[in-house]
Design a protein around this ligand. Sequence first.
Ligand SMILES: [Zn+2]
Length: 359
Amino acid sequence: MKMAKIDLKLLKNRAEKAIKKAKDLKELNEIFKKYLGKRGELTQVLKSLEKLPKAKKIKIGKEANQLKDFLRIKFDQKAQEIKEKIEKEVEEKEWIDITAPGKKPVLGHLHPLTQIRRKTEEIFQAMGFTVVEGPEIETDWYNFDALNVPAEHPARDLWDTFYIKNGSAMRTSSSSSPSLPSEARLLRTHTTPVDVRYMEKNNPPLRIITIGRCFRHEATDASHEVNFYQLDGLMVGKDISVANFKATIQEFFHRFFEKSIEIRMRPSYFPFTEPSFEVDITCLVCGGKGCSACQRTGWMEMLGAGMMHPNVFKNSGLNPKFWQGWAFGMGFDRLAMMKYKINDIRLFYSGDLRFLHQF
Ligand SMILES: [Zn+2]
């Protein structure tokens, strides 16, 4: 019986140490099983009491039960301790300082070309123009034939065009295009086809502008991109003249650049206008005095324009005997470059945030 007594003391010491060392609830549970489980050490001791004489049974039984109660309390205390520790850790991890200043959300802004596009549209709309759009994939007819550029016309050599064959774009030198039917599809090389499409469906008087993407197969450099924007304008009526054009375009530049702008017109050639002219504006850098930017001329080349060719009216279903009007086409990227003093068109399409953040 002496052995049983020593066993209980040792058992108590071992169990207490183990409980103290337990790191988590799982480990604590294992220790509980080891001592107080169905086959636990203390449970075994209690079971073995049956074989002892009555006096011993009472004495050791009392001690064993006291130990059992003592260990249960120790287990409960340790379990509580572990739970509190976990709660504290979670609290620390998830703690939020509600008084800390908030993080400002990063807001984007419109691309410089979009900003300029809206400004341009606003100015023309204020002058009574309607903003219209047309497809970027055009037919040979709208892009060339309807605009008085027949298949064999040398003007087609001015542009290298992306023709579309079997659903994918392929590059064809325009000089090989005469064999293509007029419904052959291509990526439009200018926005002027929109004029024809609009005149087909609307009766004059007309005042429209269109700004859209165009495509030409060109080697890219600081002033050329495969993909670029063009601004096209059209005004048709009974007695619309070059004077109307001059007044309109001068007013546009005045409002666009927010300074007094003079324009001058030089004779030129385009298949879809007759007469045709190139339009220069006062040099934005020197104001007309002459500087290196304008080769000391005081003028900057800005756009092409002219009185709409009678054939284009005919192709659009309008009688050139009753109607006349002007049209112009302008590189829209160039307009934006001059507004923001940017010297490389490729910056617009590079997606470089260092560039874009400046606007
Ligand atoms: Zn100048």
